[in-house]
Design a protein around this ligand. Structure first.
Ligand code: FES
Length: 166
């Protein structure tokens, strides 16, 4: 439970705001960081901490693309395909990225490592094609660059997997 594991951090969050409900965004981030995504249970937990109805937590989580209400891969790739980026080739880049990873729009690779999805403007319009991976920006991308990054991330993830018996 967040309240037990992060009691001090939650106290610090609430100390920044005039009331508990105002800390809901911070708490949603904390829950997503802890659980990897915002399940109904996680949303209920956050709502209870903030003294709001769970539907309010759900409506906020559903509105912002930085929150996810379904499980994601270890690497969450959000490609901006909004109009200015599309004019710089983001649509084609996104299609090729999905093809390279073997997933449909919004899908997750079979090994659970990568989730790809399209998002609206991330305020890097002049540096498209661009994406954010786990909230870090990668800009002026082409397929060669993203393939190299993906293979780096894949290798890093594999190194973290313990050997059988360990
Ligand atoms: S339109 Fe893609 S970052 Fe702004």
């Amino acid at each position: 439970m967040l309240a037990d594991k992060y009691a001090d951090r939650i106290e610090e969050i609430f100390a920044k705001y005039p009331d508990k409900r105002s800390g809901i965004m911070d708490l949603l981030y904390l829950a997503q960081e802890e659980y990897g995504w915002l399940s109904e249970d996680a949303l209920r937990e956050v709502a209870a901490l903030c003294d709001v109805d769970p539907t309010q937590a759900q409506s906020i989580a559903g509105f912002y693309t930085m929150f996810s209400e379904k499980p994601k891969g270890k690497y969450w790739l959000q490609v901006c395909t909004d109009l200015p980026c599309a004019l710089r080739g983001a649509d084609q880049f996104y299609r090729e990225l999905c093809e390279y990873l073997g997933v449909e729009d919004g899908g997750t690779t079979g090994d659970g490592l990568f989730t790809v999805e399209q998002v609206m403007c991330l305020a890097a319009c002049d540096r498209a094609p661009m994406l954010q991976c786990n909230f870090h920006y990668y800009e002026n991308l082409d397929m060669e660059t993203i393939k190299a990054l993906i293979e780096q991330w894949r290798a890093r993830a594999l190194e973290e997997v313990p050997e059988p018996g360990e």
